[in-house]
Write a protein of this length. Structure first.
Length: 476
């Protein structure tokens, strides 16, 4: 049973302080699925009080105790993979096989990765006559988005548990069920009461209360840059730590000596994956101007083979985008691309042919884009690719870095050495060479307006640790 009308606070399912609900809409049908309870500052106060009590004991647990806890969580999580996948598919529109394998699978992968790090991480380090010890930061507020629900939740919760922190999670109101299932997983695995708490709600209510709360020592936020700025401003008076993973407009630099067919086809497919709703999607494809015609032909072919349709249909490649708000925003930006003179290669405004309802966006490709166009500057967060030509490598790097964002970058070249040389010039936190996917044990996070935090692996664990120096610990 999914407790959609309750919150998980202090180890139990509890009713909201004040009754307030919201409909969760299926983006494939535009029909309500069910109602969920929405929280308030009073619910946040209850969760913070529980987390503060639990911190007194959980912060003193041993590595071995936390290893055993994460091991149990992994086993219970495996038994709920299909439940998580179905919930994500229903609520944010991902095709069911993708939701089960990649969406739910990403969450499991982060827990396993964190468990591996915890087993060998050095919390104590001698420095001269001092001992530098790493201790849990305290009570953590976590605000997560809807586009990769369990991926974003687990890469916060798992390292926070590993560090010995306690926490309050506010998942997205668009995708609450997978988070509620995750709370059930933690309960079944034996997470002590008060260590993990979940309060559903809206950003302006629950998120704002968490950001400003004096009883919360750290906020970990994933979402838009606009919302991230608001979180940081609200958090500032309490001088709490704020770790952010924000928006992106990532360049995909395809160099002259790259395998053009492989690089272009792979880049287009990656933009369309998850209906374009990935913060690190390579949405600006930079190609030699002399090869623009070839690139257009390859990109057009990929777009035309990418079927947007029912998330439960076998031949569906991508589902709808998450909401009417996102749909309208994407449609406006596609129209803006046409108005500003970009070449529409595939897709365009409106739903795919034959689709009458649902928030479906046509897989869309623009070419002959200049980096000052709106579609090259703003994060569209839909299945929309912009192709930009460059005259030489220096100009490619200049265009790649000409953005307020810096989350990711992609480089394809004839040799790894060539790709490496360009990767080092791109101002972004994650660079992928020649189609190699992200390494889950390496840090994930951005430069510039893409945020200031790092998640995944050892670096993700260290976000939740304070550093204390004890001088005279080991006198010479």
């Amino acid at each position: 049973m999914v407790h959609r009308m309750q919150f998980y606070i202090d180890g139990a399912w509890v009713d909201p302080v004040a009754p307030k609900t919201r409909a969760v809409v299926n983006p494939a049908t535009e029909k309500p699925l069910y109602e969920i309870a929405l929280g308030s500052a009073a619910d946040v106060d209850k969760a913070v009080a529980a987390a503060r009590r639990a911190f007194e004991t959980f912060s003193r647990t041993t590595r071995e105790e936390r290893v055993a806890l994460l091991t149990r969580i992994v086993e219970v999580y495996k038994s709920r993979m299909k439940d998580i996948g179905a919930a994500i598919s229903d609520e944010m529109g991902a095709p069911l096989p993708f939701a089960e394998k990649f969406q739910a699978g990403a969450g499991l992968g982060h827990i396993v990765s964190t468990l591996d790090v915890l087993k060998t991480y050095d919390f104590d380090e001698p420095v001269g006559s001092a001992m530098v010890v790493r201790e849990p930061v305290g009570v953590v507020g976590m605000i997560t988005p809807w586009n990769w629900p369990l991926n974003q939740i687990t890469c916060k919760v798992a390292p926070a548990l590993a560090a010995g922190c306690t926490m309050i999670l506010k998942p997205s109101e668009f995708t609450p069920s997978s988070a509620l299932i995750f709370a059930e997983i933690l309960h079944e695995a034996g997470v002590p009461k008060g260590v993990f708490n979940l309060v559903n709600g809206l950003g302006q209510d629950v998120g704002a209360a968490m950001s400003a709360h004096p009883g919360i020592d750290m906020i970990s936020f994933t979402g838009s840059t606009r919302a991230g700025i608001d979180v940081a401003q609200r958090a500032a008076p309490t001088v709490k730590r704020v770790s952010q993973e924000l928006g992106g407009k990532s360049p995909n630099v395809i160099l002259e000596d790259a395998d053009l067919q492989k690089a272009v086809a792979g880049g287009v497919a990656q933009v369309f994956m998850n209906s374009g709703q990935s913060c690190n999607a390579p949405t600006r494809m930079l190609v030699p101007q002399s090869k623009m015609a070839e690139v257009i032909a390859i990109a057009k072919a990929v777009a035309e083979k990418t079927k947007a349709g029912d998330p439960r249909a076998e031949d569906t490649k991508i589902g709808p985008v998450v909401s009417s708000i996102q749909f309208e925003k994407i449609q406006a930006l596609i129209k803006k691309g046409v108005e500003e003179g970009a070449t529409l290669v595939a897709g365009g405004p409106g739903r795919p042919a034959g689709v009458e309802k649902g928030y479906y966006v046509q897989p869309t490709v623009f070419a002959n884009v200049t980096n000052d166009m709106t579609i090259a500057r703003e994060e569209i967060f839909g299945p929309v690719l912009t192709i930009i030509g460059y005259k030489d490598e220096d100009e490619a790097v200049k265009i790649a870095n000409d953005t307020p964002y810096g989350l990711a970058g992609y480089v394809s070249a004839g040799t790894v050495e060539h790709a490496r040389s360009v990767a080092r010039r791109i101002r972004a936190g994650n660079i992928n060479l020649n189609g190699v996917p992200n390494e889950r044990t390496a840090p994930f996070g951005g430069y510039k307006q893409s945020g200031n935090g790092r998640e995944w692996g050892k670096f993700g664990l260290e976000e939740y640790l304070e550093v204390k120096a004890i001088a005279g610990y080991a006198p010479a």
